[in-house]
Design a protein around this ligand. Structure first.
Ligand SMILES: NC(=O)c1ccc[n+]([C@@H]2O[C@H](COP(=O)([O-])OP(=O)(O)OC[C@H]3O[C@@H](n4cnc5c(N)ncnc54)[C@H](O)[C@@H]3O)[C@@H](O)[C@H]2O)c1
Length: 395
């Protein structure tokens, strides 16, 4: 039974379409699934560009108001947590304004359009005593957390390889209309910031910091219609696909492939880690499972990869939802990441290293810029080691 009454946190959410739905679902579920909850959410304002859209979203999700002015959310003194689910060009100013008013932050990835903007955001939040988290939600998939725990416990021994691929077919059809994602001014980059940023975050989360990168990129469809069926087109000025090579500071080597032109692939995120004593394999389409291979003494004939169903009570987040074997889905990671953030807010605990904070968002943006530079110059790009953090957001 709860010994203290839950703290009320006023919520402002920018964006109601796309990924916002996963955050809105998490806001609804967290207080009753993670019981007794340390918080009660007061859903105050939801923002976006269309008046009809925000008013409809406010009714649908139970917010007190909808607004097309993001400043109404960042200025609202009752908002304690600001969740930014807007496109990449609307991350920096609203987040910095909210931080200046002392609001805690959960911002969608990539934190910013480039490393310069991300650095400004990281420096901005350091001036206020807030908790800041970037929505790298795959860190909160139980099998991914188990992979990290096994690697950190030394189960795999020295890591030799990290191999990752994040592919879908969302842009395979040249008739698919142009959106903010194909515009450098709004998105910062294409496949790199949009999907490579996720697997770069996992590379750091699982294996460690990067020392250098190299790679190739390509724009596959250089112009797209401005609207479905339109003959009028707009140029695409960001990369559609990227293939890269990663070098870690611990000498591990990595490869990365990201593309939205892989027919038949939907949200296919995979990684494999090979160490001297074993290997791990993860596939988002089977996200409850982790494949584990341990080098066994010679003579055992049942050697091979084993599939671990990561739903037992002693697995990460085990027992929080359902009994063992009652599997979870993609959306549960958003509940986990929100739970992590509110615990940090209530207990004044660190957000990192289990969640990505704005410093991680900045380091990620440095990596994305380096991948783009490597492809542009056709050269290996060496990275400086990330600076130490100085705020209370890291344990
Ligand atoms: N974590 C993930 O797995 C994941 C998945 C998809 C998208 N994202 C990220 O989420 C963000 C939004 O992507 P999406 O796919 O939901 O986009 P979207 O285009 O589907 O939705 C964007 C929302 O922001 C609002 N908006 C648009 N321009 C705005 C502006 N200038 N000011 C204020 N609000 C504005 C729109 O009204 C809409 O509600 C991006 O940063 C994207 O990279 C993350």
């Amino acid at each position: 039974m709860p010994t203290t009454s839950p703290i009320s946190i006023g919520i402002g959410v920018l964006g109601y379409a796309g990924i916002a739905k996963a955050h809105l679902n998490a806001l609804k579920k967290l207080p009753y699934i993670f019981w007794p909850s340390p918080v009660r959410f007061r859903l105050l304002g939801i923002g976006g560009r269309s008046l009809h859209g925000v008013e409809d979203a406010a009714r649908r999700y139970g917010f007190e108001y909808g607004t097309t002015e993001w400043r109404r959310l960042t200025d609202d003194p009752r908002v304690g947590l600001f969740i930014n689910c807007a496109p990449n060009d609307a991350h920096a100013e609203p987040c910095l304004a909210a931080a200046a008013h002392g609001k805690h932050l959960l911002c969608e990835k990539p934190l910013a359009r480039d490393a310069r903007e991300a650095r400004r955001m990281w420096e901005g939040v350091q001036r206020s005593r807030i908790r800041h988290q970037v929505s790298y939600n795959y860190r909160f998939v139980p099998a991914v957390r188990l992979a990290r725990e096994m690697i950190q416990a030394g189960d795999l021994g020295e890591i030799i390889h990290f191999r990752t691929r994040y592919t879908d077919d969302t842009l395979s059809d040249p008739a698919t209309p142009h959106t903010w994602r194909q515009e450098k001014r709004r998105a910062g980059s294409g496949a790199v910031g949009d999907i490579a940023s996720h697997v770069l975050d996992l590379a750091r989360f699982l294996v460690g910091e990067l020392k250098g990168v190299a790679g190739l990129s390509r724009i596959v469809v250089p112009r797209r219609p401005v609207a479905p069926g339109s003959r009028q087109t707009k140029p695409v000025d960001v990369e559609d696909v990227y293939a890269g090579v990663l070098e870690f500071t611990n000498r591990a080597m990595g490869t990365l492939e990201v593309s939205t032109f892989c027919l038949g692939r939907k949200n296919s995120l995979t990684f494999e880690v090979n160490g001297r004593r074993g290997s791990l394999c993860f596939n988002l389409e089977r996200l409850n499972e982790l494949e584990v291979f341990r080098a066994e003494p010679r003579g055992r004939r049942d050697r091979g990869f084993k599939t671990i169903l990561v739903t037992d009570e002693d697995h990460p987040y085990g027992g929080a939802w359902w009994p063992p074997g009652h599997i979870l889905g993609w959306e549960h990671a958003f509940v986990h990441q929100l739970s992590h953030l509110v615990k940090a807010i209530v207990g004044q605990e660190a957000v990192a290293p289990l969640a990505a904070d704005f410093h991680d968002g900045y380091v990620n943006a440095v990596l994305c810029d380096a991948l783009l530079e490597a492809a542009k110059r056709g050269k290996y790009v060496r990275l400086k080691p990330p600076q130490r953090r100085t705020d209370g957001n890291t344990a």
